[in-house]
Design a protein around this ligand. Structure first.
Ligand SMILES: [Zn+2]
Length: 120
């Protein structure tokens, strides 16, 4: 496994996320001083966002995971599932090198996090 390649990738992602977060703060400040009248447009844009996270919150979550992954590279545990210690699929690591879980446990955790649908 090319750990150094993943490390470079993770450091790059970290840099981009930090830069984007700084940019988002500037954009938020700019919006406050904008003239009113764009409110309708803004609410339409909000509805386009999928998932439970706003983009900023999602960035924060990924940033935390990226930093945790960099720590795992130092520890020598990078690329292993945090639940069972099995190797994480390489395709998965290539797509998101910060993931701490193999596909199976990612799916189990997502299923557990999902609120139960009440039976009617
Ligand atoms: Zn696992």
């Amino acid at each position: 496994m090319n750990i150094q390649g993943y490390k470079r990738k993770l450091l790059d992602i970290e840099k981009n996320l930090v830069a984007r977060r700084a940019g988002a703060r500037d954009a938020a400040r700019a919006q406050v001083t904008d003239s009113p009248g764009d409110a309708a447009d803004a609410s339409v844009a909000d509805e386009d966002e999928s998932g439970d996270f706003t983009e900023g919150e999602l960035d924060d979550t990924v940033l935390e995971q990226v930093r945790a992954a960099l720590r795992r590279i130092e520890d020598g545990t990078f690329g292993r599932c945090a639940v069972d210690g099995e190797p994480i699929e390489l395709k998965r690591l290539d797509a998101m090198p910060w993931t701490p879980y193999c596909l199976k446990h990612q799916q189990l955790l997502e299923a557990a996090a999902r609120p139960k649908t009440p039976t009617l």
